[in-house]
Design a protein around this ligand. Structure first.
Ligand SMILES: Nc1ncnc2c1ncn2[C@@H]1O[C@H](COP(=O)(O)OP(=O)(O)OP(=O)(O)O)[C@@H](O)[C@H]1O
Length: 329
């Protein structure tokens, strides 16, 4: 209460209006409008100075329904208009099939689709792999399921991006995520990932580069923007947003789901974006389908070894594994 009164008494350092917050990054007192403006200007500067996009490009926003990608969708849609980037923006969501979690957050994505007027594509693990995460957890238990979730999500985003025929995929990874990844890679002694995990654009040698426009953005500031966006929503929806960061917006909009013909074909398919036979996702899926779900768990050389042994015994072909992981965005 005391703090609230004190804050209300302070003035915005840019326009002398009533300050709404002390900005975490610079500790400046700012009103709501100035905070939005400096936040958006900074993202615009990051985009321009790093040459993230080229006019006319098709760009998919990895939309999880969480705060980072929700704010990313808002800010990119806004900047695309105000600065006339000339981008074709899409929302791309991966439905892992986690009851009570992703189904809720996908409702938020549907809402973003309406608010920002962006086309949405949803790709699901069930359609791509024949398994939901709930089914995978029921098979493998809670211990190693993160490996499946992370590896499949990464590939699913690539495949969704290929279906949308986009030139780039952007994600809501922020400065805090990157700091965490750096520390994890140091602890894991993973020098290769350490050297590339701070890049604002990765995968430039692959079919669909990934960019992180929030690379320099503090998570706290993204949370403040989201909170302020909630305030301007109609009462019924703002109540929904307060219930959960992920939101619970009910709508009956059509989800664009990919059909059976795109079921994973062990990377033999020419459509496969990584162009690598037997990538980590394939090894994991192969294990699941054979009733050997732990087959692909662990480090790649272990996987290759285990797979080779098994294939040699079966007189089959050699499986080559590619390092995948959630820290590689
Ligand atoms: N299921 C998904 N569908 C589409 N994109 C996703 C999905 N999960 C993660 N992403 C992308 O990867 C980014 C980082 O995801 P992470 O799971 O680390 O969550 P986060 O830092 O909490 O972000 P968010 O608040 O957007 O969920 C997200 O901002 C989003 O762009």
């Amino acid at each position: 209460m005391e703090q609230e009164r004190e804050r209300n008494g302070r003035l915005c350092c840019l326009c002398s209006g009533r300050a709404a917050l002390r900005r975490p990054k610079t500790l400046q007192q700012l009103c709501r409008e100035c905070f939005f403006r400096v936040f958006e200007d900074e993202i615009h500067q990051v985009i321009v100075s790093n040459g993230l996009f080229t006019r006319g490009e098709r760009v998919a926003i990895g939309a999880s329904g969480g705060k980072d990608s929700t704010v990313l969708a808002y800010v990119l849609a806004k900047l695309n208009q105000t600065h006339d980037y000339g981008l074709h923006l899409f929302l791309l969501s991966v439905d892992e099939g986690i009851t009570g979690y992703r189904d809720d957050s996908l409702e938020t994505v549907h809402r973003n689709q309406i608010q920002y007027g962006l086309p949405l594509k949803v790709v699901s693990y069930k359609d791509l792999y024949g398994w939901t995460m709930d089914e995978i957890v029921a098979t493998i238990g809670k211990k190693n399921n993160c490996t499946f979730c992370g590896v499949f999500r990464r590939q699913a985003l690539d495949r969704g991006a290929a279906l949308l025929k986009v030139d780039k995929l952007v994600t809501g990874h922020n400065a805090d995520d990157i700091a965490e990844t750096v520390l994890l890679n140091i602890l894991r002694g993973d020098i290769a990932r350490l050297s590339r995990c701070t890049s604002i654009t990765t995968g430039e040698d692959g079919p669909i580069p990934r960019c992180k426009p929030f690379k320099y953005t503090y998570e706290k500031e993204i949370a403040s923007i989201l909170q302020m966006l909630i305030v301007v929503l109609p009462e019924s929806s703002s109540k929904i947003w307060k219930d959960s960061d992920l939101g619970r917006f009910s709508t009956s909009l059509d989800q664009v789901r990919i059909s059976g013909f795109l079921q994973l074909q062990k990377c033999q398919s020419k459509e496969h974006v990584n162009g690598v036979k037997w990538c980590k996702a394939c090894v994991l899926l192969d294990g699941l389908n054979r009733g050997l779900p732990k087959l692909g768990i662990g480090r790649s050389h272990g996987v290759i070894g285990a797979s080779r042994d098994r294939n040699e015994r079966n007189g089959g072909k050699t499986i080559e594994s590619k390092q995948c992981g959630t820290l590689d965005f």
